[in-house]
Design a protein around this ligand. Structure first.
Ligand code: GTP
Ligand code: MG
Length: 207
């Protein structure tokens, strides 16, 4: 009994000695390698500017074909995009406005916010990641066919120093939406209802 107790104590002693020796070595190695942290660049967004994060579906031309999206606009897709954007806004209270069209969504962060120290990569990747996972998560609520492969969205950060610049940015995306819709509606009406081929429509000079 006594011998067993001594053996257990010795076991603990050895274990502690071995662990201390290892942890000292690891701590030394850690400080030796730690300099690599200095390679990380500081990507904090300029203070007092409007931060816009825009996500865009990657390869959605193919994705929309594979998942038989209606032409020119698929309501299920647009509603799902809106749902995913809502999820991003629930997650980030610092977003004051969002605007979406086609396979893209822009998120405007409040000018004075300091979330994640305004680090561009942290904000952009978080928004793109939450948006993508919400898009996949809510897919079955909007589509009755399963996903054929995982969709993804890229992201970018753009800074606008004045409110006028921000207004112009949103007007630009809105004009883009109208131009594309006008073109796509005319194009697909001529193909689907006018029985013209895609090439014939493209060759029409009025478009
Ligand atoms: P990258 O963004 O560069 O990866 O290319 P992309 O293929 O996603 O093209 P882009 O973002 O420029 O344009 C989005 C594309 O998605 C459109 O050109 C359409 O082909 C498709 N798309 C988006 N919304 C709809 C929709 O409601 N219906 C249909 N049929 N297609 C859509
Ligand atoms: Mg795209």
């Amino acid at each position: 009994m006594k011998a067993a107790l001594v053996s257990t104590k010795l076991h603990h002693l050895y274990r502690n000695l071995i662990w201390r020796s290892f942890s000292t070595k690891f701590a030394m190695a850690n400080s030796k390698f730690e300099y690599v942290r200095n390679f990380e660049t500081d990507d904090r967004c300029l203070p007092n500017t409007w931060i816009v994060v825009r996500v865009d579906g990657r390869g959605f031309h193919k994705f929309s074909e594979k998942h038989e999206f209606a032409k020119p606009n698929d309501k299920r897709s647009l509603d799902l995009m809106g749902k995913a954007a809502g999820r991003v806004m629930t997650e980030f209270k610092e977003i004051c406005l969002a605007y979406g069209q086609s396979d893209e969504f822009s998120f405007v962060f409040k000018r004075d916010m300091d979330l994640h120290k305004r680090r561009a990569s942290k904000l952009m990747t978080s928004v793109a990641s939450i948006f993508t996972s919400a898009f996949v998560f809510h897919w079955p609520q909007f589509f009755d066919i399963p996903l054929k492969y995982p969709p993804s969205f890229d992201g970018r950060v753009v800074l606008y120093p004045s409110t006028q610049n921000l207004r112009d940015y949103l007007s630009w995306r809105q004009a883009d939406c109208h131009i594309n819709n006008l073109y796509n509606t005319a194009f697909w009406t001529l193909v689907l209802k006018g029985n013209l081929t895609n090439a014939e429509v493209i060759s029409l000079k009025v478009l």
